[in-house]
Write a protein that binds this ligand. Structure first.
Ligand code: ADP
Length: 262
């Protein structure tokens, strides 16, 4: 006799001391499209608006969140669970890089170990009075992101794409994963859409014309914003000053995330 498997059965309970209002997953089809930048800046923008934001860095093999915020200290444990590290402006962060002695050591773990680590960031970390917890998901739609999807109760997801990619396929896969878990897709952020000429202000589509509008329409999704390649932003994120960075084009995406109700 077969029993229908309900994906929701896999969802894990958070640490009993955690209090989280909304959990937002940020996904992408592959690495390097700016998923961590979008995660960091959405947390920064919503924090600037007076929300308490937090980031669960589930991108275990490429954890770039601590670097974007210049976090040097290690996460500490307590009797009741692991404590996230606070950034200068009070954003709570948990990442493998805050636990490893040597953060340059490559994480060469197998999928189940990675997935389990992320699960523990949900079940063991004390997330205190968080309005928006952003989950920087492992890239792609393989085993690891799927397990993460199944173990953390997401209230919505943001898809990050770039014009170089096969956006249609990535969006189709993300839509399938989201449907399976009954999680709404908040919308698509297109990153690296163009570069603005510093002399004449003209937008140059470095990676070719964007197809994100057609694809979003096909799936009935919203395009939240199109972000330019911004050298100033890259510099700030790469030296640990994400909190000082400006990302005006992401404000529209932040508006939608802030108002999102599952
Ligand atoms: P992912 O998380 O998808 O692997 P990252 O967010 O780490 O990608 O971005 C990869 C690199 O590109 C980083 O050095 C980041 O600072 C840079 N980057 C991302 N988005 C932009 C942008 N809009 N303008 C300039 N640099 C960017």
């Amino acid at each position: 006799p077969s029993r229908k498997v309900n994906p929701a059965d896999f969802i894990e309970k958070p640490n009993p001391m955690s209090k989280i209002h909304k959990v937002i997953g940020v996904v992408s089809g592959k690495g390097g499209v700016g998923k961590s930048m979008v995660t960091s800046m959405l947390a920064v923008l919503l924090n600037r608006r007076g929300n308490h934001t937090a980031i669960l860095d589930a991108d275990v093999t490429g954890p770039s969140i601590p670097k974007a915020f210049g976090l040097k200290q290690k996460a500490m444990g307590s009797e009741f669970g692991l404590l996230p590290v606070k950034t200068n402006t009070g954003i709570d962060v948990m990442s493998v890089n805050l636990l490893l002695e040597d953060e340059t050591a490559p994480v060469v773990w197998r999928g189940p170990v990675i997935a389990n680590t992320v699960k523990q960031f949900w079940t063991d970390v004390i997330w205190t009075d968080v309005d928006y917890l952003f989950v920087d998901m492992p890239p792609g739609t393989g085993d690891v992101p799927l397990t993460v999807f199944q173990s953390i109760p997401l209230d919505g997801i943001v898809i990050v794409t770039s014009p170089q990619e096969l956006v249609s396929m990535i969006v189709a896969k993300a839509v399938n994963m989201a449907k399976m878990m009954n999680v709404p897709i908040i919308g698509i952020v297109e990153n690296m859409s163009y570069v603005k000429c510093p002399d004449c202000g003209k937008a140059i589509p470095v990676f070719g014309e964007s197809h994100v509008d057609e694809i979003a329409a096909k799936f009935g999704l919203k395009v939240l914003c199109k972000c330019p390649i911004d050298p100033e932003l890259a510099k700030n994120c790469d030296v640990g000053l994400a909190e000082l960075a400006n990302a005006p084009w992401l404000e529209a995406a932040a508006d939608v995330v802030e108002k999102h109700n599952k």
